[in-house]
Design a protein around this ligand. Sequence first.
Ligand code: GDP
Ligand code: MN
Length: 391
Amino acid sequence: MKIHEYQARQILSDAGIPVPQATVVRTPEEAAEAFKSFAGPMCVVKAQVYAGGRGKAGFVKLVKSADEARQAAQFMLTHRMTSYQTGPEGVPVSVLLVAPGVEIAKEYYLGMTLDRSRSTLTMIASAEGGVEIEEVAKKSPEKVLKEPLHPLLGLQGYQARELAYKLGFKDKLAGEAARVMVNLSTAFIKTDASLAEINPLVVTKDGKLLAIDAKFNFDDSALFRHNDIVAMEDESQEKPLDVRAKKANLNYIALDGTIGCLVNGAGLAMATMDIIKLHGAEPANFLDVGGSVTADGAIEAFRIILSDPKVKGILVNIFGGIAKCDVIADALVKAGREVGFKVPVVVRLEGTNVDKAREILRNAKSELPMILGASDLTDAAKKVTAAVKAA
Ligand code: GDP
Ligand code: MN
């Protein structure tokens, strides 16, 4: 799960990390008022969206008057933001942050994530901050420092101090930077985050250390113990199909191919995607309807798959263990009646109540000619890829 920058700033601030004051606004007028309330020569107006790269996209703007603040806000609130982190469709903007502008002397990067190859939480730091850290890592990996955390002790003081010195901090600032690092790592662990970033962490011209951007992603599997974080979610920032899939308890990930997949079980879903690729086509999605799928869940799954215009064929691959094949077959027929199948739907069912399921599909054959039976998984993959290629 993601949250907005203004919410992530609050987490940083609660963790004792210095963050400049800021006001959340929703209209150009409020942005102008916020500028006046800070009574400084400069403010920054920042679109609150679930994506980075705002600076380059023109959605982080330094303004020098209330009027400029109003204009920047007007622009941001009436345009979707597109950056390298969004698709070409961009993301909508409905909330902005107005903060006093800081005079930056130097920008640093500071992040926390799980290093899966080492199986440890890891702090990532770089003196090349402000810019895309992925680019720095590609071009000059030696400029990206990584410090693994002890599984029980977390980021220890000596590690943070060493990192701070390696980044070039000296004297009092080195101590402050080390404290920011320890506090960030603590906040990361406490909130069950999967990613926490301060980019940039800046030293101002008058020698202050400040976090002026903040990003937190959270581990969905741990959200059950963080009601306060769940309450922060802004569904307008998610893709509509993702929101629907989540509500129906479906594990859905949109992909770029043409074959929609409806499968029960993540492992079977992966195998289904593999076999589609083996036969020369690409899956349009990963969709695991889960072991205990209901008819309603399955119908919603079909609706979601079919509302993707890239889908030219569907492969239904169900192993009836806890899930019953006849429930899926019923859902398939209902979905067909409701949404109408305009693309071939190749069905491979095996397991609990499979005979009943086959009968349901046989009886619906004349009504729903787009449903094609398959004798096994290879047969199903061949049929669906052939149908898509012919389309
Ligand atoms: P992002 O592009 O989405 O990561 O948004 P950021 O909040 O990181 O802002 C992008 C860039 O704008 C930063 O790296 C800074 O260079 C600049 N910026 C943001 N806030 C300020 C500010 O208060 N003062 C100055 N001078 N620059 C800022
Ligand atoms: Mn940033």
